[in-house]
Design a protein. Structure first.
Length: 341
């Protein structure tokens, strides 16, 4: 009898422990998203003393090999803010990038570098992780496509496995410019125009390795899509995202993430959300947006459903699959963190 009571008591204690643990693990606030890609929101994660470490527009974020979260802002008091995953500021640097916009991390034989596009200076810079400029790419006069530097307004870069650099001129003439690792121009494609191979607001670019053979995903923001090109610039696929004015494509594992600046078109202010696509480029979750719906295989128009974000501009995915969202023209807010649940 005593043994039976002991077992019953032990079972109750164990059950209480697991119930308490599960309750403790549950997010305290609302959960956002769909189909297993759901998140709790922390709007205070990246907040700092704005007198000491101000931000203007929080444009893009990456995570380095040390697990640090790196933010690029066009505030020249501190263009780069470096956090740990808990939101503690670790370091900061940069005063020379008034148009700081695109931030790309690359690894060269174990050494990491950053690429920064500056829309005011009309240049692209490669820097060390502490801010030393090691390469500058000026406007591509040699192409004959630009009459003056002001026509070149680069918004994003990506780096191929062999070190080649691709620059998206997303606020300029809409070309994708292909350089070697030393900054020598090799090729251009895209450009403004009405055909599918042309671009309008080529805001972002990344190398997609999910299917084995690397390709380029390029934003065509005003046309609500990503376009896939071969590494030599041949159009291969259009990923239609009706209603979503997407920023740059971000790939982590099998998933494709993107900040949606505005919805259902660029004319509606304060209407952003975050979208997530699976390996087959099917939308599976929208954070702050309407649930993705497909009719006869066609994605139906999406739009903001919950006022979580104003103008999300980038998504960073950390090694725990949490998200960090930087925003443009959103009242100088610091990045938000979304914890995967």
């Amino acid at each position: 009898m005593e043994r039976r009571k002991f077992i019953q008591a032990s079972t109750l204690v164990a059950a209480s422990f697991y119930i308490s643990r599960d309750l403790f693990a549950r997010p305290k606030g609302p959960v956002y998203g769909h189909q297993g890609m759901r998140y709790s929101l922390d709007t205070r994660w990246g907040t700092l003393d704005s007198n000491r470490h101000p931000v203007k527009d929080c444009h893009e974020m990456v995570q380095d090999s040390k697990g640090r979260i790196i933010l690029l802002t066009n505030e020249t008091k501190n263009n780069v803010l470096i956090y740990n995953k808990s939101g503690k500021l670790l370091s900061y640097w940069g005063h020379e990038f008034p148009g700081a916009h695109g931030l790309t991390l690359t690894n060269e034989n174990g050494t990491e570098y950053l690429f920064i596009t500056d829309t005011d200076r009309h240049q692209v810079f490669k820097t060390t992780m502490d801010g030393k400029i090691v390469l500058t790419i000026d406007y591509p006069a040699v192409t004959g496509l630009y009459k003056k530097k002001e026509e070149f307004v680069p918004t994003e870069t990506t780096v191929a496995d062999n070190g080649d650099i691709y620059i998206a001129d997303g606020y300029g003439a809409q070309y994708i410019l292909h350089y070697d690792r030393n900054g020598k121009l090799l090729h251009t494609f895209g450009g403004r125009g009405e055909g599918d191979a042309h671009l309008d607001n080529a805001h972002g670019i990344c190398v997609d390795r999910r299917q084995g053979t690397p390709s380029l995903l390029v934003t065509d923001r005003t046309r609500n899509c990503f376009k896939r090109f071969s590494m030599d610039g041949k159009l291969q696929e259009i990923i239609s995202l009706p209603g979503a004015c997407v920023c740059r494509p971000v790939i982590k594992g099998d998933h494709l993430y993107a900040a949606v600046l505005r919805s259902p078109d660029m004319g509606v202010s304060g209407s952003g959300f975050v979208t997530i696509l699976d390996r087959d480029n099917k939308v599976i979750s929208n954070i702050g947006g309407t649930a993705p719906m497909y009719t006869n295989g066609q994605l139906q128009p999406m739009k903001q459903a919950e006022k979580i974000f104003v103008h999300p501009h980038d998504v960073c995915v950390d090694d725990d699959e949490n998200l960090y969202v930087a925003q443009w023209a959103a009242g100088k807010v610091y990045p938000y963190k979304l914890r995967r649940v």
